[in-house]
Design a protein around this ligand. Structure first.
Ligand code: GN1
Ligand code: MG
Length: 358
């Protein structure tokens, strides 16, 4: 049992604690009490999130806004304050903990088991974006500054390349060239953002399908979770990150790269669901969807590679070279996107054109 749980009010006495292996940053536990009530307890990684107050205050600002909007069709998880009235428990040893009540009958999917799951996932993230239209973006704190600042990710990459602290550079020369050759294209979105060609929105920034809770029976999306990286961003960050993870035919850490490609049918289904749930996207935003998928995939691969070269300090790993394997799947996916670029653009046009208000 994680003793942090005893700093929160629970219905009944906690009697069981199981770790849920999901995500690469925080640790998550399912707690059950003697009255059968379930809670999710989370340990927040302070190396990644030094400012926990900023996370919690973003979260409550968003929750409040969404609750005040009657049309919000998606539920929000709400964190439970500690016994002494704080939004999280600081254990004094560098650990911060928070809890929320487990959503009854919910299930979290590591990948879409059928296209409908991915459609539901798209609707959930599209709706999240749509429902937050009108929220004053500037009220949000940047919980991780420059999170999707791709040029800055390249700068960090170059710093690690120059230092090569683990002596791993020689082994990854191919991956390094792969990334550097694509730098210009990967930074295009950032320049469009700077030029104001795409509107700044409230974005989730971590739109993996495992950040959506589904109803176990109906398989409808219930709510979006993991709001730690909600920050000002571009709508296509959310679109693109979901594609990166969910529309790949292989796992994010698959070692057999022949299994990894972009599934165009899943790409279509996601585009449809996202646009249906968020019809306020501008024509410029929809046109940038393929580039969003490309940028998020390359950037994520670059982050895995940077972390590998840096000694695996950021993403948790379960095996040697885990981050390198993750980097390779992302780059394989990039090759698949490059090979199907025109089809991606055509699918986006087909799925958004008919509905565009002229
Ligand atoms: C991290 O921990 P998790 O799985 O929710 C990361 C994302 C990456 C993702 C790659 C705060 O998310 O940005 O896209 O791993 N989160 C943070 O799977 O860096
Ligand atoms: Mg997550």
């Amino acid at each position: 049992m994680k003793s942090a749980i005893f700093h929160f009010p629970t219905e009944g006495k906690p009697v069981d604690c199981v770790q849920i292996k999901t995500g690469h940053i925080n640790e998550t536990y399912l707690i059950t009490t003697d009255r059968g009530v379930k809670y999710i307890l989370q340990w927040i990684n302070r190396y990644v999130f030094p400012n926990v107050d900023a996370i919690m205050s973003n979260m409550s600002a968003i929750s409040e806004f969404l609750r005040s909007k009657s049309q919000a069709e998606m539920a929000m998880i709400s964190y439970i304050d500690t016994l002494d009235g704080r939004s999280y428990y600081d254990d004094g040893q560098g650990g911060c903990w928070r809890i929320y009540r487990f959503v009854d009958n919910s299930v979290c999917l590591e990948r879409p088991e059928r296209p409908e799951d991915f459609y539901e996932c798209a609707r959930a993230f599209g709706h999240f974006q749509y429902a937050l239209n009108g929220f004053a973006v500037e009220k949000l704190e940047e919980t991780i500054p420059g999170f999707h600042d791709t040029p800055d990710r390249f700068r960090q990459f170059r710093t690690v390349l120059a230092a090569d602290p683990m002596g791993r550079l020689r082994e990854v020369e191919r991956e390094v060239s792969f990334a550097l050759e694509r730098e210009e294209r990967a930074c295009r979105l950032h320049r469009m953002r700077q030029r104001g060609e795409l509107p700044l929105r409230v974005t989730h920034n971590d739109t993996k399908i495992n950040n959506v809770l589904f109803d176990r029976d109906s398989r409808r999306a219930l709510c979006v979770i993991d709001l730690d990286t909600v920050m000002p961003g571009l709508s296509v960050f959310d679109f693109g990150d979901a594609i990166r993870f969910g529309a790949s035919t292989g796992e994010e850490d698959e070692r057999d790269l022949s299994k990894v490609a972009l599934d165009l049918e899943l790409f279509r289904v996601f585009t449809r669901g996202f646009y249906e749930a968020c019809p306020s996207l501008t024509p410029e935003e929809t046109a940038a969807m393929p580039l969003g998928a490309y940028t998020m995939t390359l950037e994520c691969g670059l982050r895995f590679l940077t972390d590998y070269l840096n000694g695996d300090k950021y993403f948790s790993i379960d095996r040697e070279k885990h981050n390198l394997d993750r980097c390779r799947t992302q780059f394989k996916l990039i090759e698949s996107m490059e090979a199907h670029w025109d089809e991606m653009a055509r699918i986006v046009r087909e799925e958004t054109a008919a509905k565009t208000v002229v």
